[in-house]
Design a protein around this ligand. Structure first.
Ligand code: PEP
Ligand code: MN
Length: 337
């Protein structure tokens, strides 16, 4: 349930409503926008009466929220959220590009990629140190050593950084080295991990599960925010369908659907969704055109010899050409890049 206050409602009216709700043992979430103030209510709503609430001074109306996710719901928070990651922001005004290798392989490799992606306009360096690989015999990541290289690259280039975490140990290590945690597709419904990420204090990028509906995905985001961490960004990375021409099927319609349902930013990963480097540029452009808040793109100094995801990784030149081509698309949707 949400309580919508009249425009220009006074603080004392707002606080009277909040006190009434909290005295009944429910939790409130205040969203003070430029035009409208909304008080979101989480908890057992049988304990409060809609009619009582509607009769409070300067309450405009009381609206039920039928969805199971509340804190991520745009009804709770009509303004689009802007999420700070290191020294950059993800939100409605700009296009944020996260780029880097699938896996951190060596310090030299990471440093050369960091400089190249920065030159082409990326502001966040991605690099996996814990790799959830399909086969147990594939390269599993450098773990804490890889995180140390991420920190070194951040210090050298000034880029903000993101790394995937797969366990509580990985979270405890990552918080010492990077600016944002990534929860990968395979862990989207690992609810224990989501809660721990919520308690980490770092912003979290939550990728869509391979077979997850948008509703399941939003409920997963709710787990993180319910721990007191409002800094969540969603990443569409393709879903499993019957089609085999691409690695996954990129569900771009998730972008406008999510813009309606949630205030959280949504970025698109055209690398894991297509799995083929030559399809990355067209899908990146389409993502910007449908108003995604950012992109995650895999870039490698030598894709043919990458330890993971080489076939979908762009070379430095391909990435540079793409970011140049994205600029007119950003202008069309009024985003700076
Ligand atoms: C990745 O970003 O390297 C990754 C493993 O992505 P996903 O979880 O989307 O498969
Ligand atoms: Mn990858």
């Amino acid at each position: 349930m949400i309580v919508i206050m009249q425009p220009n409602a006074t603080d004392s009216s707002i606080h009277a409503v909040i006190s009434y709700i909290e005295e009944k043992g429910l939790t409130t979430h205040l969203s003070k926008g430029e035009e409208v103030t909304i008080i979101g209510i989480v908890g057992n709503k049988t304990k409060i009466s809609e009619d009582n609430l509607a009769s409070f001074h300067e309450v405009d109306r009381v609206v039920p929220v039928s969805e199971s996710y509340k804190l991520v719901n745009r009804k709770f928070h009509p303004d689009s959220s802007i999420i700070k990651v290191g020294n950059t922001f993800i939100g409605p005004d700009n296009l944020t590009i996260m780029a880097g290798p699938c896996a951190v392989e060596t310090e030299e490799q990471l440093m050369s990629i960091a400089y190249a992606v920065k030159k082409s306009g990326a502001t966040i360096l991605r690099g996996g140190a814990y790799k959830p690989r399909t086969s147990p015999y594939s390269f599993q990541g450098l773990e804490e050593e890889g995180l140390q290289y991420m920190l070194n690259a951040k210090k050298e280039t000034g880029l903000s950084t993101i790394c995937e975490v797969v366990s509580l140990d990985a979270i405890n290590a990552a918080v010492k080295y990077v600016d944002m945690l990534q929860i990968g597709a395979r862990n989207m419904q690992n609810f224990y991990l989501l809660k721990e990420a919520g308690r980490s204090g770092l912003p979290v990028l939550l990728k869509r599960g391979l077979c997850a509906t948008i509703e399941e995905w939003l409920n997963a985001a709710e787990y993180i925010i319910a721990e007191g961490n409002p800094n969540v960004v969603l990443c569409e990375r393709g879903i499993r369908t019957y089609e085999t021409a691409t690695r996954n099927t990129l569900d771009l319609s998730a972008v406008p659907v999510l813009k309606e349902k949630t205030h959280l930013p949504i970025i698109v990963d055209p690398s894991h969704s297509t799995g083929v480097s030559r399809y990355v540029a067209p899908m990146a452009k389409a993502s910007v055109a449908c108003d995604a808040d950012g992109l995650m793109i895999e870039v490698h100094n030598d894709p043919a010899h990458a330890l993971s995801d080489g076939p979908q990784s762009l070379t430095f030149d391909q990435f540079d050409k793409l970011t140049g081509e994205l600029r007119p698309f950003c202008a069309l949707v009024n985003r700076t890049f």
